[in-house]
Design a binder for this molecule. Structure first.
Ligand SMILES: [Cu+2]
Length: 200
């Protein structure tokens, strides 16, 4: 059996850095100082790259591509999931919809003020009991009426999102991501994201 692996020679000890001795002198010390600077530099870069967990990310672009249910709570308003993936959907098959279930898990009533979407291909309705509010679309496409509905502690409802994969015409194929935003008086806007892969 032929040995394909290149073994390190028994004498080499490349994982440990020998302490500088008086005999080896200056060049070895310079190397250690340089190595220490490199290590410190890497440490600084790692620290700079760490996300600041005290700030909630709000920009739609920063929504992380993290699959699976991720219950999110801000103030009292919580959603069963923060994002949903439709998977592969066809323009020819028409619109698709999904419900994001909401609850007020806080101890104070919440006023749900506005509901809007990130694109004209997407609409969202707020549903509470037998009452439906909306559909609401993208700001700037006509007047976005306010929802202005109270959501008391323990109350449940949902946001029904409808996405039209054909809204952008034939060019609208490929991966998409849209965001639905709920503004309330209790907390930072709650964002619900969805994705899909659009085929003709
Ligand atoms: Cu769109």
């Amino acid at each position: 059996m032929a040995k394909t692996q290149t073994a390190t020679s028994p004498g080499s000890n490349n994982n440990s850095i020998e302490p500088a001795t008086a005999a080896t002198g200056g060049s070895n010390k310079k190397f250690l100082i340089a190595a220490a600077i490199v290590v410190a530099g890497i440490g600084a870069m790692v620290l700079a790259g760490m996300p600041d967990k005290t700030k909630p990310s709000q920009a739609p672009d920063s929504v992380q591509a993290r699959p699976g249910p991720a219950p999110m709570t801000r103030g009292g308003l919580s959603s069963s999931e923060s994002r949903f993936d439709f998977g592969s959907i066809s323009m020819a098959a028409g619109k698709v919809s999904h419900r994001f279930f909401l609850a007020n898990r806080g101890e104070a009533p919440i006023m749900i003020k506005k509901l809007y979407t990130s694109c004209m291909c997407t609409t969202a309705e707020f549903v509470k009991g037998i009452r439906r509010f909306g559909p609401f679309g993208m700001p700037g496409h006509g007047d976005i009426a306010s929802v202005n509905q109270s959501f008391v502690p323990g109350e449940r409802g949902y946001v029904e999102v409808v996405f039209d994969p054909a809204a952008h015409g034939p060019a609208g194929v490929g991966p998409i991501e849209r965001v639905v935003t709920i503004e309330s008086d209790a907390q930072a806007p709650l964002q619900l994201a969805f994705s899909a892969y659009v085929t003709p």
